[in-house]
Design a protein around this ligand. Structure first.
Ligand code: PEP
Ligand code: MN
Length: 476
C-alpha cells in the first residue's frame, strides 16, 4: 500500500495517475513548473491551519460548512463583476444559514484555482469532428481548434488565481462583507418578491440585533465563533473565507507545495516523533480528490496523503466500505481532527443504498470526518434539446434524504457542497442552467441564458431557495 514508501511532494509521480494530460513538449512543461516553483505562495500555512481547526468544529457539529462556487472557473470570468457576484452570493447564502441555524458557517469557495476538469472521455465529437475534450482553462481552450494541451496555461492559471484572490482579500477587508451592511450584497435584481422579502426580513432582523448589541455595549465586533484559533480575525466586518479546488493537475500542485515550520499546537510538540515542519499546498486552503481519481494506489491519493492542508474526498456510489476506510487510513493515519471532509454525491436515487453503510463503516473505524452533501454531481441529466442540466427538485431530494439518513444513523450533516453562480447578464438576469426552483424554470427556458461551459449551476434565486430550505431545517 502507498504508505509503505516515503512521501515527498513528487512521490506521486511513480504511481498511475488517471486523468493525466499528455503534453506535446515535456521540456516546456518542466520549465513552466520550475518557474511556478519560484513564485510566492497564494495562501499561508497559518490560514490553512486555521481552516483545519474550524473544520474540526464542523466535525463536532459546532459549525456548518458551505463549499460553493462554479463547477469550473474560466480566465475570462476573472473580472471585478464576476468575482464580487460570487463572493456576494456566498455571503448571502451563509447569512441565511447563520440566521436560521444559529451556527457559525465556514465558507470555502470553489474559486481562485478551480480551472481543471476531470472528463469521462479523452475526446468528444463537435460537429462532425472528433477533438480532444476540453480539460479546463489551465490545460487547453474551449475553442475546438485550441485543444492541444499548453503548459503555459498553468502559469496563466497561477496569475489568474492570484488576481482573483487579491481582489477577494480586498473585498473582504474593505467593508463588502460587513454584516452591518448586508443589504449591500444587492438583491435588487431578484425578481421574486417573496424571496426578496424573506431575505430582507433576515437583514432587517440582523440590523436590529446589531443595533441592540451596540446600544447595550456588547458589540465586540466578533462573530460568535467557537473556533477562534490564533485570534485576530473572524470579526464582523472581516469574515473568514477560504479557497479550494480539485487537486487534479499534480505537477502544478507539487510546484505549489512548500515546506514550512508547522504552525499552531503541532509546532510546539516536544519529545514526540512529530516533524517540526510540514508540506503545505500553498495554492489553496482546501483541496479535494475527485470521484474519478481516488484510487488507493493512484498518484492523487499518494500526493494528498502528504500535505498538511485539510482535504475533501468525493464519495460516490462506486466506493465500497472497505475501500473508504482504507483511504481514510492512508490520508489520515493519525486520525487527526479537521483533516478529512467526506463529500458524498451518490444521486437522489442511490443515496439510501450507500450512505447508511458508509456512515456505519466510518463510525466503526474511529475516523473523525465531516460529512458534507454534494446533491449535484450524482444527478446530472440531459434536456431534450441536448443541454446538460440538473433538476432543483432532485437536488433537494438528495439533500433532504441525506439529512434524514444522518439523523436516522445518529450522525449529522456537517455541510453542503454546491455549484452555483451569482452571475448576471447585462440586463441583470440570472443564468438558466438548472430546472425548477421558486422561479419554476422550465426546459424550454434553459437556452435563454445558459452560460456554463461545464456543469450546470444553480442561479442566484435557486441558491437562495436552497439556503432557506437548509436554514429552515436546522431551525427545527
Ligand atoms: C466536481 O466537483 O466538479 C466534480 C467533478 O465532482 P465529482 O468528482 O464528484 O464528479
Ligand atoms: Mn462539477
Amino acid at each position: 500500500m502507498s504508505t509503505d514508501t516515503i512521501w515527498s511532494p513528487s512521490s506521486w509521480a511513480s504511481k498511475p495517475a488517471l486523468q493525466s494530460v499528455e503534453y506535446p513538449d515535456r521540456k516546456n512543461l518542466d520549465s513552466v513548473l520550475a518557474k511556478i516553483t519560484t513564485l510566492p505562495p497564494l495562501v499561508t500555512p497559518a490560514e490553512i491551519e486555521r481552516l483545519r481547526y474550524q473544520l474540526g468544529a464542523v466535525q463536532r457539529n459546532e459549525a456548518f460548512l458551505l463549499h460553493a462556487g462554479d463547477c469550473a472557473e474560466s480566465f475570462d470570468a476573472c473580472t471585478q463583476q464576476d468575482i464580487s457576484a460570487k463572493i456576494g452570493l456566498i455571503l448571502s447564502f451563509s447569512l441565511i444559514l447563520i440566521w436560521g441555524a444559529r451556527l457559525p458557517v465556514v465558507r470555502i469557495g470553489r474559486i481562485a484555482g478551480q480551472y481543471a476538469k476531470p472528463r469521462s472521455s479523452q475526446t468528444e465529437k463537435i460537429g462532425d469532428k472528433q477533438v480532444l475534450s476540453f480539460r479546463g482553462d489551465n490545460v487547453n481552450g474551449l475553442d475546438p481548434n485550441d485543444r492541444t494541451p499548453d503548459p503555459e496555461r498553468l502559469l496563466r492559471a497561477y496569475f489568474h488565481s492570484s488576481a482573483t484572490l487579491n481582489y477577494v482579500r480586498g473585498l473582504l477587508t474593505s467593508g463588502f462583507a460587513s454584516l452591518h451592511h448586508p443589504r449591500d450584497w444587492s438583491l435588487s435584481h431578484v425578481r421574486s418578491r417573496s424571496l426578496r422579502r424573506k431575505y430582507e426580513q433576515i437583514t432587517e432582523g440582523l440590523a436590529d440585533a446589531l443595533d441592540f448589541s451596540h446600544t447595550i455595549g456588547v458589540d465586540s465586533g466578533r462573530e460568535s465563533v467557537p473556533f477562534e484559533r490564533g485570534g485576530g480575525r473572524g470579526v464582523l466586518g472581516e469574515v473568514d473565507f477560504y479557497t479550494s479546488h480539485e487537486g487534479l493537475m499534480l505537477g502544478y500542485e507539487q510546484a505549489m507545495t512548500r515546506e514550512f515550520p508547522l504552525v499552531g499546537g503541532d509546532a510546539n510538540a516536544t519529545g514526540s516523533e512529530k516533524p517540526k515542519t510540514g508540506f503545505y499546498n500553498t495554492s489553496a486552503h482546501f483541496l479535494w480528490i475527485g470521484d474519478r481519481t481516488r484510487q488507493l494506489n493512484g498518484a492523487h491519493v499518494e500526493y494528498f496523503r502528504g500535505i498538511r492542508n485539510p482535504i475533501g474526498i468525493k464519495v460516490g456510489p462506486s466506493l465500497g466500505n472497505e475501500e473508504l476506510i482504507e483511504l481514510l487510513h492512508i490520508v489520515n493515519p493519525e486520525k487527526e481532527p479537521g483533516r478529512v471532509t467526506l463529500i458524498t454525491r451518490y444521486g437522489a436515487g442511490k443515496i439510501r443504498d450507500h450512505l447508511p453503510s458508509h456512515i456505519q463503516a466510518v463510525r466503526d473505524s474511529g475516523h473523525p470526518v465531516a460529512w458534507v452533501c454534494d446533491p449535484m454531481h450524482g444527478s446530472t441529466l440531459t434536456s431534450a434539446s441536448g443541454l446538460k442540466t440538473r433538476n432543483f427538485g432532485t437536488i433537494i431530494s438528495e439533500l433532504t434524504s441525506c439529512i434524514s439518513i444522518h439523523s436516522d444513523c445518529q450522525s449529522r450533516l456537517g455541510g453542503v457542497s454546491v455549484e452555483f453562480t451569482g452571475e448576471l447578464n447585462d440586463e441583470g438576469f440570472s443564468v438558466t442552467e438548472c430546472l425548477g426552483g421558486s422561479m419554476e424554470l422550465s426546459e424550454d427556458q434553459l437556452e435563454l441564458r445558459y452560460q456554463s461551459f461545464c456543469d450546470p449551476r444553480l442561479n442566484f434565486e435557486q441558491s437562495l431557495d436552497l439556503a432557506f430550505l437548509i436554514s429552515n431545517y436546522f431551525k427545527e
